[in-house]
Structure formats: structure tokens, C-alpha cells
Ligand binder design. Sequence first.
Ligand SMILES: Cc1ncc(COP(=O)(O)O)c(C=O)c1O
Length: 388
Amino acid sequence: MNFFKIKKNKIPFGKPLIDNNEIKSVTNVLKSGIYAHGPRSSLFEKKFCNFTGAKYSSTVSSCTAGMHLFYFALGIGRGDEVIVPAQTHTATAHAVELAGAKPVFVDCEIETGNIDPKKIQKKISKKTKAICVVHFLGIPVDMKKINYIAKKNKLLVLEDCALSLGASFNKTHTGILGDAGVFSFYPAKHITTGEGGILITKNKKLYNKIKLLKSLGINKTFLERKTPGIYDAIEVGFNYRMSEIHASIGIKQIEKINKFIKKRKRNFEFLKKNFKVNDEIHILDSNNIKSKNSFYCMNVVLSKNLSKNRMEIIKNLNKRNIGTSIYYPQPVPRMSYYRKKYGYKGNEYLNSAIISDQSISLPVGPHLTKNDLIYISENFLSILKKFQ
Ligand SMILES: Cc1ncc(COP(=O)(O)O)c(C=O)c1O
């Protein structure tokens, strides 16, 4: 095979792997006529608990919705502050804003992209109520350090697990290391339901509150009503439920998660090994033996010199039909909404800025074949050489 000949079909950055099982499952729901409040979301929750080891789980309409619910349920709002990483998806900070609280950004470690525990304490004030961590690209945060800081300052801990399904720290799955964790099932994620999310926790009281508030604060679910149409609103809440159609896809997807993670690990390790020959790049990965990565994608951080040509390198990769992305395009405090609202001095969050401005995200998903991996690695290395 000639790897310098352009591949006919594009290698996508992310691709949901859906087969007849999901299609049949959705068809069955459509035929059943039960599209909400049915048994599928409960079954998906049960299967999710089995996989993660969580005691309780509650499906939600997205990861953002689940994180918003967490703050709302715990009364975190106006006048409160929440510590969040600067290097993350804007949704992590938006959930805090939606609750009416203020996100206080903390820079990340350059080796992992995760929030730097050493930089948290000085950002904690009397108003701080919680720390939200993100297991960046599936690399688990050192939760021992985070929980120590949280305990010392009496703070709650939320884990944004949008990219960390299958990742664990100290043999415990991400999401149950703090007070709660929320996952995303957006199409590019480890598993998908189209759109969707799930909150997991070991706290029964929090779980019950989440269940109530995701369903408009109504005291009886549709199935619990003895007389149809009779219920009471005991709290103000949202409609953040997951539909049965989405849940039916999740049930089939979660059955494949071990196979998916195995392939992601193989793909990541293959590329990492091949990229070793170039010392002008640095690959974000776990540096803690207690951490088990779930390999969402591979962030290759280019040296300062090479990064001047980042856009050209990306263009070359895309021209050669290799899908790429950037995780994430800007540190969140630099995004227009946050910059305007809270000001951004330009000399803060320097590691986050390096990751945003100097990295390229490459695919490692289970959709890649062995030939795709060889093609990516040969082409990436030769493109880098052109710009060194
Ligand atoms: C770290 C992180 N948190 C939250 C989200 C939002 O997830 P959702 O689209 O399910 O709300 C994303 C989306 O990619 C993400 O990357």
C-alpha cells in the first residue's frame, strides 16, 4: 500500500458505530408508541450503573443539562462561585452560569491538560461552593488531590465526564470519585444516543432530587400515577429527561463499550509509539500509574516553532483526508462571552493557551482500521517534517 497516495475516503475525526442492533431497538420503540417515561431509560440507567459501578444514575437530555441540574439541586446559584478548569468545553462553565453562579477559572497542567490542583487553593474564596473537574480527553484527574482540597474547604465536587467513559482513578470509575459525575452521549463521544447524558452518584438524596428536578418537579412520574392526569408540582424544575428513543440506542451502545475502549487504547498506543521519532511534539497522556485513560482523542502539542504552521499542517492533513479537531479552540475565559463578562488579562491560563493554540487533535476512535492508523502516522510525520 502506498501511504503517500491520498486515501479516497475521509477518515473522520469521530464516527458513531451504529449497527442493526441500534436500528432494531429504535424501531421497536417507535412501534411501541411509548416515547417518554418508559422502561428503556431505566434499563439504560441500570446498565450504566453496572458498567461504572455507580450506585445511582439518572439519564438526562445532555451533559450540560445534567451539570446544570447538579448545581440547581444543591442550591448553588447567585452569589456563589464554582472552580472550573480554563481548558475545557464551554459547557462546563455555561452550566455554572446557567445556575446563576460565577465560574472561577484555574489553569491546567501542561502534561495532561487537566486542572492543576496546585493552582486551586488560591482561587477559593468565601463564596466558593464547588469544584468542577474535567477528565480532559479521558485522562483522569488526580482525584485524591481534588478531594483533599474539597474536604479541607468544605466544597462539593462535580466531575464533568463528557470525555471519560471507561476512565478510572485508583480502580474507581470517573464520576463516582466526587459527589456526582455527568457523561455526554453526543455523537463523537465514547458511546452515543444522538444527544443525551447521564448523571451518576453514590448519594441517594441527590439522586432523588435530580430525578424530581429533571422532570419539572412533579411528584409522580407518568408510570407512578394511579389516576392518569393526577399529580402535583412540589418544586420548580426542568424538562431535562431523555426520551425512550434515545435511551434505546444507549442500551445497545453500552453493551459495546469494552470493545470500543480496547480499540481506542490500541489506536492511541500505536500512534504514540510511531510519533516518538519526532521530538518537536508532545502528546497529552496520563502521567499517573493510578489512572486509566479512556482515550477520547490524541492531542499533539506542537513545539512553539512548529505551531506557527499549525493551520497549514491541519490543512495538509485534511487535504489528505485525515479528519482533525482542536480540543479546545480557546481557554474558556478567552471566549467572547466570558472575556466580556469577567475580563481577560492575556497573561493568565498560559498552559491552557498553549494547548488551545499549539495542538492538533487526531482521531483514535474504534472506527479506525489498522491501515488508517498507518496512513495517519506516515502522513502526519511527513507533513510535520515539511514544516520543521
Ligand atoms: C468536557 C465537556 N463537557 C461538556 C460537554 C457538553 O456535552 P453535551 O453536548 O452532552 O451537553 C462537552 C461536549 O463536547 C465536553 O467536551
